[in-house]
Design a protein around this ligand. Structure first.
Ligand code: DHB
Length: 389
């Protein structure tokens, strides 16, 4: 019985493969979107899901004659859960593509599943440089921390900041943010007297900020994952670091558009580097922001939303090109895509499978009574500096 089944499937697979229509029998194109929808990183899940649904509302839910099915799963930001869900999506649901990945450990836990099952895995949020090297099936539409970190490492010393203490969340993206900022900043003549690392979950900033106050650097450089910046900002002011003349700079994760407006005037003047601001001045972005806010009761899209929106674009275009394909064919069609994103021009480098985009230097300012990251300079087409190491 079993033998006959195996033989039959083998023949069927051979026929379908030779005819090049391996998936023609299914008329659904399935996207398994795994996100933290609950827990401390739920804002990432909420932003990406909203963006994915907006993309589908704007572009239709059929590609190449197939119905697009978006299967959203909550991994509660626990890596073992992400991995189990990915396995189920591949084996039971037979998804064409895995997507989402709100944090680096969640992406890394899933990479072996993508490799074993030859399923393209679109990373829409996680941003440690090495993630694309964890599987040849990873395509990234988010960003990498080294892109933002080196840009700030160039900007800071030219703008009067010579002595900077770094403070990062103690895991992949934080280590990248620290390393690449420090290397570039020191190369440019800067000095880093202290590098502090705080726990990724529920950090208590008090003892760290006290230390910074005692050192009294020109600036404190910070990376924290999306959603955590407001707590840091509040304590920075409460402990009087701003009054002591210490500037706050960092990667754009700390002035996340999702929570920026609630931070109050303490955020004014904070300089960050990143690939996306909701106030990016382009027709494509204005349209995106307006549609996103309209569909989500006024919620402002942040950089996570853009990673999700662009990820859907990459998936849709690859699905069109391969007529609803899967596996290696779908993966190949994702590579090399070049298009205008709400962030600006964006490119999926076919060699690295990583995103190449502009990094903007921004300052928090009040615009019509609301706080925004106002872009005032740009470094164009930044590749991940982590790839040349
Ligand atoms: C990662 C998560 C974030 O929320 C962020 O802003 C940057 C990086 C990550 O885990 O890779």
């Amino acid at each position: 019985m079993k033998k006959r089944w195996v033989l039959k499937s083998f023949v069927a697979a051979a026929v379908l493969t030779t005819s090049g229509l391996a998936l023609a029998q299914s008329n659904t194109f399935k996207i398994g979107l795994i996100l933290p929808m609950t827990g401390p990183f739920a804002s990432t899940g909420k932003q990406i899901e909203a963006a994915a649904r907006l993309y589908m509302a704007q572009n239709g839910d059929t590609v190449a004659g197939q119905k697009v099915e978006l299967i959203v799963k909550d991994d509660t930001s626990a890596p073992d859960v992400t991995k189990r869900i990915a396995q189920e999506l591949v084996v039971n649901d037979k998804v064409n593509v895995l997507a989402g990945f709100g944090l680096t450990p969640l992406a890394l836990a899933t990479a072996p599943i993508a490799t074993q099952s030859k399923t393209p895995m679109v990373v829409m949020a996680a941003a440690t440089s090495s993630i694309t090297q964890a599987s040849p099936y990873v395509i990234r539409t988010s960003f990498t921390l080294p892109q933002a970190a080196v840009t700030l490492g160039d900007w800071a010393p030219k703008n009067g900041l010579k002595k900077v203490v770094t403070l990062v969340a103690d895991y992949g993206p934080g280590i990248d943010a620290e390393k690449y900022f420090k290397e570039r900043f020191v190369l440019n003549g800067g000095q880093v007297p202290e590098s502090l690392r705080v726990p990724m979950r529920n950090p208590d900033f008090a003892p760290f900020l006290q230390k910074v106050r005692d050192i009294k650097p020109d600036a404190l450089y910070v990376f924290l994952p999306s959603g955590v910046g407001a707590a840091l900002m509040k304590q920075f002011a409460e402990r009087g670091l701003d009054k002591a003349g210490i500037k706050l700079i960092g990667t754009g994760d700390i002035t996340d558009d999702d929570i920026l407006n609630g931070m109050g005037d303490v955020a004014l003047g904070v300089v960050t580097t990143q690939h996306y601001s909701a106030s990016h001045n382009s027709a494509v972005n204005k349209k995106f922001v307006a549609a996103f806010e309209k569909a989500n009761a006024g919620m402002r899209p942040n950089f996570m939303a853009v990673g999700g929106y662009d990820g859907m674009r990459v998936i849709y275009e690859a699905a069109k090109k391969t007529k609803g394909g899967s596996g290696d064919a779908l993966l190949e069609a994702m590579k090399g895509q070049l298009f205008e994103s709400p962030r600006g021009p964006m490119f999926i480098d076919a060699q690295t499978r990583d995103v190449v985009h502009n990094i903007y230097i921004r300052k928090v300012e009040k615009v019509n009574g609301e706080l925004y990251n106002q872009e005032f300079d740009v470094i164009k087409d930044v590749k991940d500096p982590g790839k040349s190491k």
